[in-house]
Write a protein that binds this ligand. Structure first.
Ligand code: 13P
Length: 256
């Protein structure tokens, strides 16, 4: 089994000192009681450099929460993939529903960002997910398929080695209402079919698919035992080291 990946998406929370303290607390807990998973955190842009320093030699990855699709130029307020590499980022989250729905990022924009991030040596965590209205209209599979196909259009087959897909139903994000194991398994199976169709059988079977949306210490164990879950993308519960690590440790039993 591929090692699960658990990523803390800190969103727009924490100034530098808070972010560094949180990163250090995660390192301490990881030493005391290891989680048998790969860990990463996604601090806000302003804390990326200091968190990267705090996590040096910890084995914990650092992701950005977004990036622009060009290396440089007149794009006031944007941060490029080159700049992310420069501060020591390994990964970038792209297509997060907050980017799609609050900042109106289209599938085509997400695709440009995915291509640019990969070209600059960043691993990509690509988020896909349906809104509540789309789910109620029975369009979940259709929406996921569209987001997947457009975002990954034109990439070489081996690009998948540097991409993680995260299923984040919009209605489960920050609402305290997680998707059920059955709902997750159904969508993850669809994503696996898409991976196989697009990148080949081996990629389809070995890729880990993350789930995100109200993952908490008290529901993580149940969600982790959903066979199709290869890790979590955690928002609110990643803002405290103890709850983040207790979520990560849920996979320990799974791996026994
Ligand atoms: P919550 O865990 O706060 O629901 O957020 C999920 C998320 O958006 C992770 O990217």
């Amino acid at each position: 089994m591929t090692t699960p990946l658990v990523v803390g998406n800190w969103k727009t929370n924490g100034c530098q000192s808070e972010s560094v303290n949180l990163a250090r607390a995660i390192v301490r807990l990881k030493r005391r009681c290891p989680a048998r998973v790969q860990l990463a955190v996604a601090p806000p842009f302003t804390a990326l450099a200091s968190v990267t320093r705090a996590l040096r030699r910890s084995g914990i990855g650092v992701a950005a929460q977004n990036c622009h699709w060009l290396e440089s130029g007149a794009f006031t307020g944007e941060v490029s993939p080159t700049m992310l590499r420069d501060v020591g980022c390994d990964m970038v989250i792209l297509g997060h529903s907050e980017r799609r729905h609050i900042f109106h990022e289209t599938d085509a924009v997400v695709a440009q960002k995915v291509e640019a991030a990969l070209r600059n040596g960043l691993r990509v965590i690509l988020c896909v997910g349906e809104t509540l209205a789309e789910r109620r209209q029975g369009r979940t599979a259709k929406v996921i398929t569209r987001q997947f196909r457009i975002a990954l259009k034109g990439l070489a087959k081996n690009a998948i080695d540097n991409i993680e897909i995260a299923y984040e139903p919009v209605w489960a994000i920050g609402t305290g209402q997680n998707a059920s194991p059955v709902q997750i398994a159904r969508v993850h199976r669809r994503i696996r079919q898409l991976l196989t169709g697009r990148f080949g059988k081996a990629a389809g079977s070995r890729s880990r698919i993350l789930y995100g949306g109200s993952v908490k210490p008290d529901n993580a164990a149940v969600l982790a035992t959903t066979g199709e879950v290869g890790g979590f993308l955690v928002g609110g519960a990643s803002l405290a080291a103890e709850s983040f690590m207790s979520i990560a440790r849920c996979f320990n039993q799974e791996l026994n």
